[in-house]
Design a protein around this ligand. Structure first.
Ligand code: ATP
Ligand code: MG
Length: 466
């Protein structure tokens, strides 16, 4: 014990400022029989990290959302570790460790296993910052955050009580500074400290409140909810890249539809993404658009809840589709040919959205590919279907097309045709193509020539497949 203590003192980085632990109180120690966390849900790598740090004489805990999820009996999607070791000290203990960030320095420890590599995020206990000094902007927003502190201080600067619990895998004990476990039982989401002050420090916490409420099904405590109506406008000051990341997390939470309703109830949706305004506009005009987007979000939620991957490009392609469709139709009605009308509409849709938030840079090419494939699903003869199948993003385009069928925007028989075509052997594929010739008559069939049926499709009907 003593040697561990001495080792720890010697290891302390002399350049690092440690603040006096202020009066943050002692934590409640919750034993295994009360928290009932199932150790099987733990990441072996996260346990390895806490163990290595503890062996070296530091304190180390699994913390934050992972403890919340474990206490809910959910398998956490990622694991964060909090420690009293400084980032440099952490880095020295692991072979694959990288220092990340400037404003908020952390260490990523990477493990390569069978599947994807797993990154365990290790952060040093942070101090509470008062409003003096150069860390805080005039609005109260925190700018820099690398002053180390005690565990109690670290707990106090976290957002919600249920996100501020520390779990030690060695003793299987939870340290709870702010009554997180009691709030879990009450199914309450409660901000630590004075909620208005905490939202001013970081307005993104308002979006996090909505996201966690949707994800856990918990109610926002009334004092936590109350200031949001007035402070929502502070989101305008948040850098758009950060806002976008948060919106993406919200959409990928597995409860996106519930979260979007939550944004609306909290009055937070305006101006975040023009497309959200659009989705949440209940007017009769947008009913078709709403149905499509609702279905797309339900589909995304279902995929995420069953552990499947979702591409953000695909998700944004669906959210912007109603807008794109409107632009496409409008271009076509001005006499533009079908494909140029589509491409022109894509430019317009993306430009409008960029004026709100820069989503697209990273996802634009995926979105464009998915969109531009859509009219091609209606050409089901000759070499067209084979060329389409070979597109690198075919699967995404096909899934997207199936959504259009599900809302009746595109004839569901076309979706079924493609599903059969993918599964068929070469002879079956020939038969399917022959059936299209017979069915649509757009290419003279071998037998009788039928009258062309008007395609029931989302593409501007006047110019479909031109
Ligand atoms: P998720 O399931 O989305 O990963 P999470 O709670 O783990 O949820 P992270 O963004 O991974 O969320 O953050 C990890 C922890 O860091 C949180 O649980 C919380 O304790 C703290 N934290 C994150 N963002 C903030 C913030 N804006 N203000 C205060 N504390 C925060
Ligand atoms: Mg997390």
């Amino acid at each position: 014990m003593i040697t561990k203590f001495i080792k720890r003192i010697l290891r302390r980085d002399p350049m690092v400022k440690h603040t006096q632990a202020n009066n943050t109180g002692a934590p409640k120690r919750i034993p295994k029989k009360s928290h009932r966390i199932d150790p099987h849900l733990l990441s072996k790598n996260a346990v390895k990290v806490t163990h290595t740090l503890q062996q070296a004489g530091y304190e180390a805990f699994i913390v934050g959302g992972a403890v919340r999820d474990l206490a809910l009996g959910i398998s956490p999607k990622d694991f964060d570790v909090a420690t009293d070791a400084t980032p440099d000290q952490v880095q020295r203990l692991f072979r694959k460790a990288r220092l990340i960030g400037r404003r908020f320095q952390i260490v990523h420890v990477t493990f390569f296993g069978k599947g994807h590599p797993e990154i365990i995020e290790v952060s040093t206990f942070r101090a509470l910052l008062d409003n003096a000094g150069d860390h805080v902007a005039e609005s109260g927003r925190i700018l820099r955050d690398n002053v180390w502190g005690s565990q109690g201080e670290d707990a106090a600067r976290r957002d919600f009580t249920i996100n501020a619990m520390y779990y030690d895998p060695s003793s299987e004990t939870v340290l709870d500074y702010h009554g997180g476990m009691a709030d879990m039982q009450k199914k309450t989401l409660r901000m630590i400290g004075d909620p208005a002050k905490r939202y001013r420090e970081d307005p993104v916490r308002m979006l996090r409140a909505v996201r966690f409420a949707a994800k856990t099904g918990f109610e926002l405590d009334s004092a936590t909810r109350a200031p949001i109506a007035k402070l929502g406008k502070l989101l305008n000051d948040v850098p758009s890249a950060r806002l976008f990341d948060e919106i993406l997390k919200l959409l990928m939470s597995g409860y996106s539809w519930r979260a979007i309703q939550g944004l609306k109830e909290a009055g937070l949706h305006h101006g975040l993404l023009p497309l959200l305004d659009h989705i949440l506009d209940d007017g009769e005009d947008s009913k078709g658009a709403n149905d499509f987007v609702k279905l797309a979000l339900a589909n995304t939620d279902e995929r995420i809840q069953s552990g499947k991957s979702v591409s953000a490009g695909f998700l944004f392609a669906t959210l912007l589709w109603p807008d794109l469709l409107k632009n496409w139709k409008s271009n076509s009605s001005k006499g533009m040919a079908n494909i140029p009308a589509l491409h022109d509409a894509m430019d317009d849709t993306i430009a409008t959205q960029s004026s709100g938030m820069t989503i697209q840079r990273r996802f634009e090419s995926d979105m464009r590919e998915i969109w531009s494939m859509q009219p091609r699903f209606e050409r089901r003869v000759g070499r067209y279907p084979f060329r389409l199948i070979e597109s690198p993003r075919f699967r995404a385009g096909y899934d997207f097309m199936l959504l259009r069928c599900a809302t009746g925007e595109l004839n569901p028989a076309i979706g079924q045709w493609w599903t059969d075509f993918i599964a068929a052997d070469p002879a079956g594929q020939d038969e399917l193509m022959a059936s299209v010739k017979n069915e649509s008559g757009n290419i003279p069939g071998p037998a009788k020539r039928r009258r062309r049926r008007k395609p029931k499709s989302a593409t501007p009907p006047e110019s479909a497949a031109s």
